[in-house]
Design a protein around this ligand. Sequence first.
Ligand code: HPA
Length: 277
Amino acid sequence: MSQAVADRAESAVAYLKDKVEGIPTAAVVLGSGVSVLEGLVDSESFPFLDVFGISPSVHGHSGNVTVGRLSDAADAPLVAVFRGRFHLYEGHDWSVVTLAARVVALWGVKKLLLTNAAGGLNKDYHVGDLMVLTGYRDHLSPELAQTGLLAAIAKPTTKCSNALSEELLKVGEQLAKEDKEFRPLRQGTYCALGGPNYETMAEIEMLRRLKGDAVGMSTVPEMLAVEGTGTMAAAVSVITNVWRDDEPMGGHEEVLEASKMASKRLDQLFRKVLVSD
Ligand code: HPA
């Protein structure tokens, strides 16, 4: 990694350490239109431009980090919410796409909850479902330029279950029992493609044959970036559209609307997981 890029992560951590007292218990990265953990207590927000020296450019991403306590309870954990992210399709390179995750690890935050908007490949899925990632497929990393697309297709799915994803599933099961409005969580394999266009039907067919359950354009770089650090990552996809003939595809506005509905359930889930230890 170039010196300049290492320095960018280091200077972001130095900035946050200077502004924030204590190290957050958890960090959350919000995908397109996903809105959770609003109203943190004693919170402060920092624009991405000030923290990272750059801003994302996608509609629906405001690009800031908010740090605050989960509630006004004396023992409420300190959390950092990253609103917005950098994508390869915006022209950012891998080091920028992984910047927030590397900053989280370098800052010493032990838990990273990643969220994304994704298309449902699994024919049982509905718009607004939440899927905890138990596996992922990398069809976007720059390494593919060397190994080729066929190698990516031939590669087995990476399993990504850990204590944090299991906790999400366990708490999700409790919530579904207690609250009729809380749809049971899905668990499945997320396929990361480069975008920015949505997939062709041929690509959807291929991803289904590879046993993918959802498809999106993010998250996998961040999972890879914290591997081998002291930070444990788990991810949840908000299914904003389903690839089926009986449910027509919406545009970006519909994606944002579906994310908003599911965000309420995701908020319940995250708040309960974050206070459960
Ligand atoms: N494909 C890729 N990314 C997405 C989708 C999709 O169908 N839906 C939301 N983000």
